[in-house]
Structures are given as structure tokens and as C-alpha cells.
Design a protein around this ligand. Structure first.
Ligand SMILES: NC(=O)c1ccc[n+]([C@@H]2O[C@H](COP(=O)([O-])OP(=O)(O)OC[C@H]3O[C@@H](n4cnc5c(N)ncnc54)[C@H](O)[C@@H]3O)[C@@H](O)[C@H]2O)c1
Length: 366
């Protein structure tokens, strides 16, 4: 799928977004972005968005927790190249790079508990390598951080100034501490080498291309409801989550990467509309029309009790706030999960993700 020419350079076929003015004061067209983890759930939506904006996109991924199906539809896009690569190994890219967006990392609890060392390595070595690329190319670096850096928070909602309450040795620490280290090394590159850095702390996001069985609460409930199985709520269900529709998140990331400021920017990106896990289960039963029961199971270790971003800072800096309500988002994503469940029930063995459902009219307003 990659579009390398004989000399290893990516060919450029169409005009698009301009590279930012740096150094010689001249602009190149189009701007070029490297997206690590670009074949994943969020990364693939980001690839789509940047291509639509006229960027040239190089997607680096080792498919640890994703599938090439997520980006198969981008293969014919002239500005797109997929480069299979484990970013814990050194990254060499020929030619200019204007943005490095580091999204590579297992992200669901099930994935990072299954790949604990790989998660720590991609957060440490992978971030170090991606920063090295940004430094060499004079590119803006954006780290996909997470609300998990706040751990099981004692402050609610969580502002960026909160340092978090994280168990450094619990099972979830492989992800939480990897991301906290990734933030630390990112800020060190900004202070020591003058790399321009942005750190969005992403709260729970959902949308098409999530894997049905990735263990996150929304795909779990959708899959159980659509298959007529009981919805599994952990604890008494009073713990809260705040769910952001993927197009809102991508809009926030896009604005953040373009922000014309040199100092490091750390912002929460998430939807402040908070819901208890029990109420979310009920909403999903309503949206799917399912009559499944709700069953209660013990809470996993270090499960956060409350999650809601304080979005005051990001609103001030980027003028960003989410547009898609949870009800609307659940309706919009429903056809994707229906199709995914149908594919599983037909026993399609390697079902990965890319199903493009006939979206309801509301989707076109995004
Ligand atoms: N989805 C969310 O709700 C959410 C919330 C907070 C933070 N994030 C962050 O956003 C990023 C993307 O999350 P996602 O939900 O799309 O997860 P995902 O698992 O769908 O995508 C992660 C991608 O990274 C790739 N990857 C992992 N290790 C790699 C390595 N060593 N080299 C190259 N590629 C590698 C995987 O193959 C996958 O394609 C992650 O960094 C995650 O921590 C996501």
C-alpha cells in the first residue's frame, strides 16, 4: 500500500495543506505528517482527516492491536503511505516531516494487560524515537496521552493542573506509568531541544473501528446488547465515564496540532457529559432495542471511580468543545456495531474493523 518511489521518497500527487513557515521562511505544499499507530481506531480516523485536509500522511504501525483493514480504504489515496514498523525501533524517514503524531500504544485495558512490556516499551522507547524524529526534522510533536495519567482521581472534574493518583505497581500501571513517562520525556525534549510539543490527554473515545472484543465498556455493552447477552457492569455501576465521539476528538487534535504557539501545550480532550456505567448500560439497551439483563461483577483492581475532563482550558486555547451528544453518538455508531456483530455471527475469522455502514442522516452533519 505504501507509495514509495525507487529512491524511497514518498511521491506527492496533489496540492494541499501548506507546511508551517520555519527556517528559510518558505512554505512547502503539502505538509507532511507521520502518524504512529495510524492503523488503530483513533489513528485511522486521524489519517482520514489529515488526508481530507490535503496533508501527506505516513502511517507507521506494527498492527499489534489493530488491522490493516482499518486503513485499507486509504490505500488508493495519493497522499497516503502505510509503513509497517515497530516504533520501539529507530525511525528513519526520508524528506521533510512537519508533524509527528505519536498514537502508537495498546489502549484498552485488555490490550495493555495482554501486552504489558510492549506497552511500557512503546510509551518509553517508542516516544523517545518519535521525539527524535520530530527533533531531527524540526517537526511539531503531538503525544496521544490519556486521562489515565490522573489514575483514580481525588479531584473532580480533572483539570490539567491535577497530578493524579496512580498506583505505580498495579496491573494498570504499565499503561498509566508509560504515558506519564511519555509526557515527561516529551516535556524534556521541549525544554532541552526546543521541540514544539502538544500533549492532549484523551478521555474515553468511541466510534467506528473499535474492536467488538477490545474490553472497553462501550463495545462490551454494544456487543452484549446486540447479541442478547446480559450486560456486564463491574461494581455497583455507580462509577462514571465521559464518552467523546471520535469526530469531536479528531477535531480537537487537528486544532491542537495547528496551534501557532511555541510553548508546550497540555490539554484535556474529552466530552464532559458524565454518565454512570449503570446508566450507560440502560442507554445502550434503549438505543439497541435489546431486552438483555444487566448483571453485576466485581470491580477490577484500580478501576477509576470518576472520570470527567475539565475542558475549560481547551475551550479557552482552542475554542474547542464536543458537538456530538452521547445519545446522538450512540445512534450514529449503532450501525457499525450491528454490522460487526453480524460479521462475528457469520464467523468471519479475522474480522478487524472496516465496515462502512449506511450512516443515519445525523452523521452527515458532523
Ligand atoms: N481510544 C481512547 O479512548 C483513548 C483514550 C486515551 C488515550 N488514547 C490513546 O490514543 C492512542 C490510540 O488509541 P486507540 O484507541 O486508537 O488504540 P488502538 O489499539 O486501536 O491503536 C493503537 C495502535 O498502535 C499500534 N501500535 C502499538 N504498539 C506499536 C508499536 N510498537 N509500533 C507501531 N505501532 C504500534 C497498534 O497496532 C494500533 O494500531 C493510544 O496512544 C492511546 O493511549 C486513546
Amino acid at each position: 500500500m505504501s507509495k514509495n518511489s525507487d529512491n524511497g521518497e514518498i511521491r506527492i500527487f496533489r496540492p494541499g495543506a501548506c507546511a508551517p513557515v520555519r527556517g528559510n521562511g518558505k512554505r512547502r505544499t503539502p505538509a507532511r505528517a507521520v502518524i504512529t499507530g495510524g492503523a488503530g481506531f483513533v489513528g485511522s480516523h486521524l489519517c482520514e482527516r489529515l488526508l481530507a485536509e490535503g496533508y501527506e500522511v505516513l502511517c507507521l504501525d506494527n498492527l499489534l492491536t489493530s488491522s490493516e483493514k482499518n486503513i485499507a480504504h486509504l490505500g488508493s489515496e495519493p497522499g497516503f503511505a502505510y509503513i509497517p514498523h515497530d516504533v520501539t525501533r529507530p525511525i528513519f524517514i526520508q524528506g521533510p516531516v512537519d508533524y509527528v503524531l505519536h498514537f502508537a500504544s495498546p489502549a484498552s485495558p485488555q490490550d495493555y494487560l495482554e501486552h504489558p512490556i510492549a506497552t511500557l516499551k512503546v510509551g518509553s522507547l517508542g516516544t523517545h524515537n518519535a521525539l527524535g524524529l520530530a527533533r531531527t526534522k524540526g517537526a511539531t510533536f503531538l503525544l496521544a496521552s490519556t486521562s489515565e495519567v490522573y489514575g483514580d482521581p481525588e479531584v473532580h472534574p480533572q483539570p490539567e493542573s491535577y497530578w493524579g493518583k496512580v498506583n505505580p505497581v498495579g496491573p494498570r500501571s504499565v499503561y498509566d506509568e508509560a504515558k506519564r513517562y511519555a509526557e515527561a520525556v516529551t516535556l524534556a525534549y521541549a525544554r532541552t531541544h526546543g521541540v514544539r510539543v502538544r500533549v492532549p490527554r484523551i478521555f474515553n473515545t468511541y466510534g467506528r473501528r473499535m474492536r467488538l472484543n477490545d474490553g472497553r465498556v462501550l463495545p462490551n455493552f454494544m456487543s452484549q446488547a446486540l447479541q442478547g447477552e446480559p450486560l456486564t457492569v463491574h461494581g455497583d455501576g455507580s462509577q462514571t465515564r465521559s464518552l467523546c465521539y471520535v469526530s469531536d476528538l479528531v477535531e480537537g487534535i487537528f486544532r491542537l496540532m495547528l496551534l501557532d504557539r511555541d510553548e508546550p501545550i497540555i490539554v484535556n480532550l474529552g466530552n464532559p457529559e458524565e454518565v454512570t456505567v449503570r446508566d450507560l448500560a440502560v442507554e445502550i439497551l434503549e438505543v439497541t432495542g435489546s431486552s438483555s439483563a444487566i448483571v453485576y461483577r466485581p470491580l477490577p483492581e484500580d478501576d477509576p471511580r470518576q472520570r470527567r475532563p475539565d475542558t475549560g482550558l481547551v475551550q479557552r486555547i482552542l475554542g474547542w468543545s464536543p458537538k456530538v451528544s452521547r445519545r446522538e453518538g450512540l445512534r450514529m455508531v449503532l450501525p457499525y456495531f450491528q454490522e460487526a456483530v453480524r460479521a462475528v455471527s457469520k464467523e468471519v475469522p479475522d474480522f478487524g474493523a472496516e465496515i462502512v455502514p449506511a450512516m443515519p442522516a445525523a452523521a452527515s452533519a458532523l
